[in-house]
Write a protein that binds this ligand. Sequence first.
Ligand code: SAH
Ligand code: SF4
Length: 450
Amino acid sequence: MRLARLLHGFFAGECCAKVKCSMLTPAVSEDLTQLVRLEASDSACGSQASSDSRRLFGLDAEALAARMVAAGEPAWRGRQLAEALYRQRIAELSEITTLPKSLRQRLTAEGWQVGRPAIAQVFQSVDGTERYLVECPGGDGLTVETVWMPEGDDGETGDGSNAESPQSLGAPGPSHLGTWDSKESNRESDPEEVRGVGKTGQRATLCISSQVGCAVNCQFCLTAKLGFQRNLTAGEIAGQVIAVFSRHAVEVGRDRVNLVFMGMGEPFLNYDNFMAAVRLLVREVGLSPQRMTVSTSGIVPGIERIAHEPPEFRPKLAISLNAPNDQIRSEIMPINRKWPIQSVIDAVRQIKLRPRERITFEYVLLDSVTSRPEHAAEVARLLRRTGLPAKVNLIAWNPGPGINYSTPQPEAVEAFRKVLIDAGIPAYLRKPRGRDIYAACGQLKRTVEG
Ligand code: SAH
Ligand code: SF4
């Protein structure tokens, strides 16, 4: 079995499927400058997906219009296509009945296809969490992980998004006819049952991957073990959302679904494709960026770039702090040697926050290493000094095989949280979701290996 398939699954229902690899040397990932260059080279919207074959998914309405004009059709056909791909979620060209049959046939004959990522496998938890292996249509057979958590995992609590009206979820759109592609319908026991869920308005959090693997080498994270394999295209990132929305018949503008870019990979080392996906989701799908949170290990150039994105496209930001000071952070997150805590904070300050918006600081509790009460007090001092509207999301470390860290006891987690609360820092504990389906980190490997 391919290494990629073995390791892809290592991210959690808590949106972090990670494990420390004690064998890995904590070298700062070799040449991050090169990594940043690398992400710039495949920056066009959907570039990887559309260069090797004629895929429509991932292109925005403008690009679709240009393709239609090139095919001798009026430009407004692009808008029809965008509507079909992103609002109606149609996965087969032959089913886009707003286009004349003759045009559908001609496009198909010319090699065009929708080319949307498809759910290849589903793991369902008793708590309603679903973990998906999503097949990327890039021809390399890679899958990524996406997790659907009904009711969320409390990760969004206190970050400003709860204060919004349901209308701010997204632009009102037509109700959506979820379209099942053959893969999904073949592999589901009862698709109709799933489609019937949540008819009175669903709340959920959807956790999305941005890369296959990751180059950042955090010592507690299993994705790091996979190394960096490749960037996902904008279509592959947005496609995870559309495939899952289709499965759950999500109605944009009615259902409250939060998107978190907290799956596999470092979004800010794939900045252009990540932001192209966000623009697609905002413009073409109708989602609000205020219901999206991007998590970064602290890639300062990425933070500076997102600070300058127009507010209508800027998701909220989560920083994986994970340690109370530079010394410990550099040990567990070698990236800290390149961009220490203060440089991350300085970059974060450049963001013009919306009313009620807070910066989320994620904090993985590694027993004794980062979980002591004195660490909590240091985190509280650090965050108070920044003067930023902040909240902390505590995540008890998810263990994995061959990993030398351990998970703190619930009492220690609560004590840590209390220190923060007493210091006036809002702090929440991420609910573990989907443990029985091995959605917690390190567990999927066992599932896949049987
Ligand atoms: N690369 C980005 C986003 C993906 S990781 C980042 O690092 O922020 C999403 C979150 O999962 C991060 O906050 C990360 O610190 C956390 N995480 C990683 N491994 C974990 C583990 N084994 N247990 C719990 N959380 C983990
Ligand atoms: Fe894991 Fe995120 Fe670190 Fe990458 S940056 S190794 S995904 S925690």
